[in-house]
Structures are given as C-alpha cells and as structure tokens.
Design a protein around this ligand. Structure first.
Ligand code: AMP
Length: 126
C-alpha cells in the first residue's frame, strides 16, 4: 500500500529497523549520512537502495528539513555507490517514489539505483 508522505515519521518502518540493525540487510556502503543495501526484491541485475540515516519520510520531507551537510552526504553517497558498482559508463537509473501517486511503500526516504541491463522507457505511454 502506498504511504502518506506527509505523515509523521514512523520509527517502526522497515528501513528504520535496518538502520538500527534489528533486521538484516545486504549492505554495500555506509557513510555518516547514508546507508546503501541491496533491494530484497530486485527489479534489475543491480538494484540498490540508498537511505539517509536521519528520520525522513520522503524526498519532500528530506529536502524541506535536512541540513546542507546531510543533503550533500546523502547525494554524494548515491553517486559513490553507483561508481563502486561500475554503473556510470554503461548507464543506470535513479528513482525516488514519493507518496500515494508515486507509489512509495516504505515511509523512509530511499533512492533506488537500477543498473546492469538496458532500461525500458521510464513510464509506459498509454
Ligand atoms: P518503494 O515502492 O519506492 O517504497 O520501494 C520500497 C522497496 O523496498 C521495494 O523495492 C522493496 O523490494 C524494498 N524492500 C522492502 N523491504 C526490504 C528489506 N527488508 N530489505 C531490502 N529491501 C526491501
């Protein structure tokens, strides 16, 4: 079920539990501001999620309330992970789902990194 991206942060969401090491994840990178791990249900040969360590429901929440160091640390982590995975040369896709229309399911900001195959057009034309 898509979440309400304007709701208060829920400390029991699954990515909060991953950050607290209460449930396992396949980590690929961590810095002061971000954690990256493999998606449990990969949609591409490489499908990694990058999440901020702070309590941010969505991209909207993050870009409204995070400080500049958190934003820089998080965005740089996304680029770093993609480079570590060898993705810039073949190309890759970043995606952030936000709220209901965006079909966001986990109420902790995450950027999807997809790579390792040719992507199809972004949104199918009707
Ligand atoms: P979204 O629809 O953007 O909120 O995507 C949520 C993503 O989280 C989906 O791609 C799920 O497969 C992924 N996911 C859910 N639970 C876990 C988990 N425990 N570990 C890794 N990825 C997860």
């Amino acid at each position: 079920m898509p979440i309400d991206a304007t709701a208060p942060y829920d400390d029991q969401n699954i990515f909060a539990k991953i950050l607290r090491d209460e449930i396992p994840s396949k980590k690929v990178y961590e810095n002061e501001f971000a954690l990256a791990f493999h998606d449990i249900n990969p949609q591409a040969p490489i499908h990694i999620l990058v999440i901020p360590k702070g309590r941010y429901v969505s991209w909207d929440d993050f870009t409204t309330t995070a400080d500049d160091a958190e934003i820089a640390g998080f965005i740089r982590a996304v680029g770093h992970v993609a480079r570590e995975q060898g993705l810039p040369a073949p190309g890759y896709r970043l995606l952030a789902n936000i709220g209901g229309h965006g079909h966001q399911e986990v109420p902790h900001l995450h950027i999807h990194i997809f790579g390792g195959r040719q992507m199809r057009e972004m949104i199918p034309r009707s």
